[in-house]
Write a protein that binds this ligand. Structure first.
Ligand SMILES: [Zn+2]
Length: 169
């Protein structure tokens, strides 16, 4: 028997589903692929080759992709990975808050940014773009006063159509 300190973990005896949002103030946000890898390691998650492939792809693509698209892209890159492995790894990574998972009517999409952010939904191209939006403090206070709820986090969905970008060189 040795006396190595055990990593502190929330014990959930009833095995209840814990919310994905982990306490933000104690854990540094994931800002790059290396951060994501570090987070896996600090959580004691095994970092298999397949799991690393998925993280690499999401950080390269910086899009919101379905499991099917992730599977297709990895195999196109010559990174042989099975369907089941893709699904299981996405599930594990998103349930640990390492990647983003959005539920849509036509299925789940996965993204590289795991901390709270907002989305611009392009109705013509079906793309979802990540944006960081900070609402003015007085607007938040107004919402708090109106609802009696202390706002601790928010995410906004914008919807619209692609505009022709003026070519500025
Ligand atoms: Zn996103």
């Amino acid at each position: 028997m040795n006396n190595l300190p055990k990593p502190i973990r929330a014990s959930s005896r009833q095995n209840e589903a814990l919310p994905v949002a982990v306490s933000i103030d104690t854990i540094k946000p994931i800002r790059c692929l290396e951060d994501a890898v570090d987070r896996c390691q600090s959580l004691g998650m095994r970092l298999s080759r397949q799991r690393r492939f998925i993280l690499e792809l999401l950080w390269q693509a910086k899009e919101h992709l379905s499991a099917r698209e992730i599977y297709d892209r990895l195999n196109q890159q010559g990174k042989a990975i099975g369907h089941t492995s893709v699904y299981q790894n996405l599930e594990a990574l998103s349930s640990q808050g390492i990647i983003e998972c959005i539920e849509r009517s036509d299925g789940r999409l996965y993204g590289n940014i795991s901390d709270s952010h907002s989305h611009v939904n392009c109705l013509d191209t079906n793309q979802i773009l990540d944006v960081h939006v900070e609402l003015p403090q007085d607007l938040i206070q107004h919402i708090e006063a109106e609802t009696g709820v202390k706002i601790t986090d928010y995410t906004i969905n914008f919807y619209g159509y692609r505009q022709e970008k003026a070519s500025d060189g």
